[in-house]
Design a binder for this molecule. Sequence first.
Ligand SMILES: [Zn+2]
Length: 120
Amino acid sequence: MPNDELFRELLEVRAKHVRGQIARLSDEIREVTLAHRDTPADDEHDPEGSTVTLERERDVALLAGVELQLTELRNAQERLSRGTYGTCERCDQPIPPERLEVRPEARYCVACAGIRARER
Ligand SMILES: [Zn+2]
């Protein structure tokens, strides 16, 4: 049985960190977008233009990644309150606490995570 209190705290700390990243990236994207709007949309003749677009695309991709992380963390918090936390969703075996300490949002044990990665 995983130590619920410990993982509740771990998940909360991570979620806080990820929410900070989301706020920072959203700000960056907004700033870049606003800065870009003030300059004429002429990427071809404006070397700045393509840099700005690339930077924004990178930020948007990063943002999608951290938002997914936040969703995973929220799901884990839900499992914790339902009492199903720390059980592999594929084989119903307990996930080792060492794994949960590294990846508190883990839904699968190491073996099943490997199988799922290969199935993809
Ligand atoms: Zn499993």
